[in-house]
Design a protein around this ligand. Sequence first.
Ligand SMILES: Nc1ncnc2c1ncn2[C@@H]1O[C@H](COP(=O)(O)OP(=O)(O)OP(=O)(O)O)[C@@H](O)[C@H]1O
Ligand SMILES: [Mg+2]
Length: 349
Amino acid sequence: MSAPLYRIPGTTPASGDPTAAAQATPGAASAQAAPDAAPLPRTVAEVLASSQVETVLDELDRDLVGLAPVKQRIRDIAALLVIDKLRLNLGLAAQSPSLHMSFTGNPGTGKTTVAMRMAQILHRLGYVRKGHLVAVTRDDLVGQYIGHTAPKTREVLKKAMGGVLFIDEAYYLYRPENERDYGQEAIEILLQVMENQRDDLVVILAGYADRMDTFFRSNPGMSSRIAHHLDFPDYTEGELLAIAERMLAQQNYRFGAGAREAFAQYLALRVTQPHFANARSVRNALDRARLRQASRLFADRHRELSLDELCTIAEADIRASRVFAAPTAQSTADAESGDGSRWLAGGAR
Ligand SMILES: Nc1ncnc2c1ncn2[C@@H]1O[C@H](COP(=O)(O)OP(=O)(O)OP(=O)(O)O)[C@@H](O)[C@H]1O
Ligand SMILES: [Mg+2]
């Protein structure tokens, strides 16, 4: 595959020679350093120090609750890139490793959040030039009419070059029931670019595990280009509670007396109800609790509000949720309007 069908303008040339990628990436520019420049890193510690990648890895550990296997996998990938850099510094030629990935898991399990961190890590280690994330769904890639798909897909690829292209619900690209579906055209272009420009673009396909399996079985070309499969499990109730406390703390709120226990009960009920979307449902529930807190304080208009009152989510703010009112499936869906329904509808958020 020497001459790529699709070259995205303004991007680095595809090459099996890792020094070509190194020249184009600021982080790896030292591979071509002038004689009087600082010596090339020769130890893992030196690469870590010069790339500052450990800060991102530590933030990932600190900011995200649970996800131990995902975090470990990311450390493994970082290790691979660090060692690759040391090999390159000693003149060992190698193809840059393929880093296209699939992130499978239910809604709200942290896939987009981790993909953004991944983009930063890849950038700091000099694998991609910019380290930004472009998140798309089928509608951003596939046109409605003949001739519309290739330009749309190429435009998206151009934007994503130098970073990470995150394709949510990637299996919607493939619709075998419709024999004239343009999704296949987008897949062909993606396959070309994933192969030929993999030293400057990482593609992450995300979605439900079972549908992704079916997609990969029907698209072996795509499957063979994905080097890393990361599975995002549902959070336990304990993890969801920890996520809630972290989200509140980030916004200078905290649970008042009895509110934490009330939220634990809320979660126990909520996880069994329709459209539950893990950490996303926690975020939505806390947003509604903040609304109730605000209405409660607003009613008291002549009293000076203390810092403590302004920061506290009270037990009543949690217990007023409809989830406690022995809801039917429909009333829950109403209460959670928008929460998780994107996933079912397959549209963009
Ligand atoms: N482990 C975690 N710790 C703390 N916050 C988390 C964690 N996982 C997810 N979140 C938060 O939950 C929200 C949803 O996460 P995110 O959008 O990454 O999930 P997702 O898997 O991409 O969901 P969807 O599939 O619905 O797009 C975000 O606000 C994110 O910050
Ligand atoms: Mg997402």
